[in-house]
Design a protein around this ligand. Structure first.
Ligand code: RTP
Ligand code: MG
Length: 148
C-alpha cells in the first residue's frame, strides 16, 4: 500500500497544531504507521532539502527546520501521496484554499506548517531518510475489539 512522509514543521509544533493536523489525516481515513517528535540535524535537513540546494531560500529553510522540534510521520493508504498534498494545500499559505491545512492556519511561505512528499518516489526516499524500518508498523483494523 502507498505511503507518504509528512512532517509538522517547528511552527506547527510550537503553535500546538499537532493534534489538529494529525486529526485531518485520521478523519480522511489514512492510517498512521510511523510517528516521532525529533530535533532535526543539519545533515538530515540538508539531505531532505537537497533538491533545493541551489535555491536562494535553502539556508533559511535548513535553519528553520533545525531550529526547534518537528513531528515526523508516515501515513498509508490508497493515493495517499497526492491526497496528502491536497489536504496540505499550496506552498504559499496565502494562495492555499480554505479547508486545507496551510489555507486554514498559515500566512507565510517560510512558515507553512507542514511538509508532504511530492511524488511516490520522493516519498520512498524521504521515508528511508527519516525512519528506520523497525520504526514503521503495519496493522489491520480489528473491528469492535477496541470498543468492547
Ligand atoms: P514542502 O516540500 O515543505 O512540502 O513544500 P512544497 O513542496 O509545497 O514546496 P517546495 O517547493 O518543496 O519548497 C520547500 C519549502 O521551501 C519553502 N519555500 N520558500 N520563495 C520562497 O521563499 C520559498 N519557496 C519555498 C517553503 O517553506 C516550502 O514548503
Ligand atoms: Mg516540496
Amino acid at each position: 500500500m502507498e505511503r507518504t512522509f509528512i512532517a509538522i514543521k517547528p511552527d506547527g509544533v510550537q503553535r500546538r497544531l499537532v493534534g489538529e493536523i494529525v486529526g485531518r489525516f485520521e478523519s480522511k481515513g489514512f492510517k498512521l504507521v510511523g510517528l516521532k517528535v525529533m530535533t532535526v540535524s543539519r545533515e538530515l535537513a540538508e539531505q531532505h532539502y537537497d533538491v533545493h540546494r541551489e535555491k536562494p531560500f535553502f539556508s533559511s529553510l535548513v535553519n528553520f527546520i533545525t531550529s526547534s522540534p518537528v513531528v515526523a510521520m508516515v501515513w498509508e493508504g490508497e493515493g495517499v501521496v497526492a491526497s496528502a498534498r491536497k489536504l496540505i494545500g499550496a506552498t504559499n499559505p496565502l494562495s492555499a484554499e480554505p479547508g486545507t491545512i496551510r489555507g486554514d492556519f498559515g500566512i507565510s511561505v517560510g512558515r507553512n506548517l507542514i511538509h508532504g512528499s511530492d511524488a511516490v518516489e520522493t516519498a520512498q526516499r524521504e521515508i528511508a531518510l527519516w525512519f528506520k524500518e523497525e520504526e514503521l508498523v503495519s496493522w489491520e483494523e480489528s473491528s469492535h475489539r477496541w470498543l468492547y
